[in-house]
Design a protein around this ligand. Sequence first.
Ligand code: MN
Length: 746
Amino acid sequence: MSELPPSSSSDEYARIVKQGYRRLLRGLPKPLSEEDRKAIRNALNLAAEAHRNQTRKTGEPYILHPIAVAQICVEEIGLGPTAVVCALLHDVVEDTSVTLEVIRERFGERVALIVDGLTKLDKSMLSPSFRQAENLARVMRAMLVDVRVVLIKMADRLHNMRTIKGMSHEAQIRIAAETDAIYTPLAHRLGLYNIKTEFQDIFLKIVRPDEYREIADKLAQTKRAREQYIRDFIRPIEEDLRKNMKGLKFRILGRPKSIYSIWNKMRKKEVAFEDIYDLFAIRIILDVPFEEERLACWQVYAIVTNIYQNVPARQKDWITTPKANGYESLHTTVIGPGGKYVEVQIRTERMNEIAERGYAAHWKYKGLKLLHRNENIFEKWFSKIREVLENSEAANANQIMTDFEDMMPEEEVYVLTPKGEIRFLKEGATALDFAFDIHSDIGCSCRAIRVNGSIVPFSYVLKNGDQVSIETDKNCRPSPDWLRFVKTSKAKNRIRAFLKKERFKTAAEGLEILDRKMRRLFNCPAEEHADMLAKWYGFDDRLEFLVAVALEQVDLSRLKELHLENGLLTPTEQPFKTNGTLYPAADDREIGPATHPSNIIINDEPGNYYAYTLATCCNPLPGDNIFAYITAKEGIKIHRIACSNAPYLMANYAYRILPAHWGNTAKSRFVATISVTGIDDGPGIIQRISDHISSMDINIRSFSISGEDGYFEGRIALVVANTHQLHQVIKDLKKLKFIASVGRVE
Ligand code: MN
């Protein structure tokens, strides 16, 4: 934060503060008590004074930020005066000389508690984001103290995301990734639908700017046609509602889906923008008394499906059983004019408010006797969180993370235990997931599963309302197949842990077998040669090799091909693997970042602080935009931002992503693979291409080529310094007459 430029006079500053105050009061529900009004004015004055000489990265006076956060609390989350006071003060303790004591004296215990929670959250978020699990646990703990801490934090994050342009590219990616890992799922779970959608859209805009722009442009181009279609679609519905439900107060909205959800659909279903049929949803919102809600919604449903043919498989009734986050609505998809699918959402004003504002709105209606059973949805969820946190001392951070992942899924399905207790699992969860959800011992000894009385396969996908019971047998145990039958990370982790333990046992048996053989052949124990033998047999690691030995998948008679000399086993003849035409490989030892550990900067620190390798899926080169990804088992991998795996990693494991960029790479060399195709117009094609590349002073590491009928395809692994050099090679090869295409292999 820097000094305010002298041009903004104190008059101007007072005007900004006053304007903010008026707008805040306008947003709050009337009547506002004199006490609340005074508290808000005092909080604003204190914040304005404390932040007076500070500016934001965008150059604006800092005070605009707390005012904007307070506004979001009021207008978009529906919070009250206490939250406004806290939002105004949220950065005061962290960034200025005002202490928590002062806040406690002037605004009381509750405000001090919330501001303290916000300050602590800020601090934890500043630490290197390696500890995302810890960050998430802190957010959860804060939420249990007072939910408003997290709701205000959400507003804070939303304003920061909206004004993220002022930040460096790296800071943008870091903030976007953290938002995606922590705040987007939380917003979903707390039912803050609009905020969640905005988080996702901004995330996409930062991480995949080209794809974002493309969808935004196409949406703009099709806007007029779409609006006309919506008008045509709505007209008969309006007429029939007026005719058949006299006096019904309603409004109908036609709204486009978010850019993120369109992008997600294109990616998941691998379709083009033009092939997405439901680019928008029609929402019919009824203004009826609480007692008449259900009946009115179903009447409207009958009218809509009378006019348009509905698609039964896509009907969803979240009125009878709301989603775990409190969402209530009746959805159906119908076939509109021109055979287009249109999603129609039917709900009341109350349901709409809960759908958009979530938690805060839910509380507003708390007094109502809701007809469905999960009235205490948030309390239930909080107690689940409390449980995870209490067990977190012993468990490791990754475990907490995956437990939370299961607790904050996109969509949920609810099932019943034999006793009639409701349990929520993420959509797509299987019968076996349910067994592990109850208890990992029950999962591990699961023998059979019944759904609604009948035996089902373990992979049965649970449906809303299924009653599930598990039969166990202590002689039953997980097999690797089980991993294919489960969707939740909890079940996956438990099965893997079990299999790992089993694997070590099997490997021990393998070692015994190998040992007998080695003693007979070479009169030496297997132990000290196991690593070398694993490599010789082509296994990635020793464990895998020993397990294969135990399972009799390794031809141990080949051990005779080895001989023992000076304690070293060496093959009598060098195995020679070939794949197409093999070009003599250049010296490998020069290559790769291992010998130049500091040529990548990860999270603003020299890369040699971390053990990292370059991802083989996209082979990044200096000059490529990159990021670091913390893998579960293989340390940090560096990927290109353009890597085809990047969207998946960022969307699903954003908490494992660190910003990275190239440092001094002048002395390093990297392997990049290019593919070439062309006309095989005579002998010596390999020679000609490789001569050409060598003349540019670039080494070839390997070269394989295949082809028939005068056409060839080749792959050349080059040793280059950066993308510039690579592009130079590609450009140059393209000039050769017999070459049809040249491209980098992603
Ligand atoms: Mn802030």
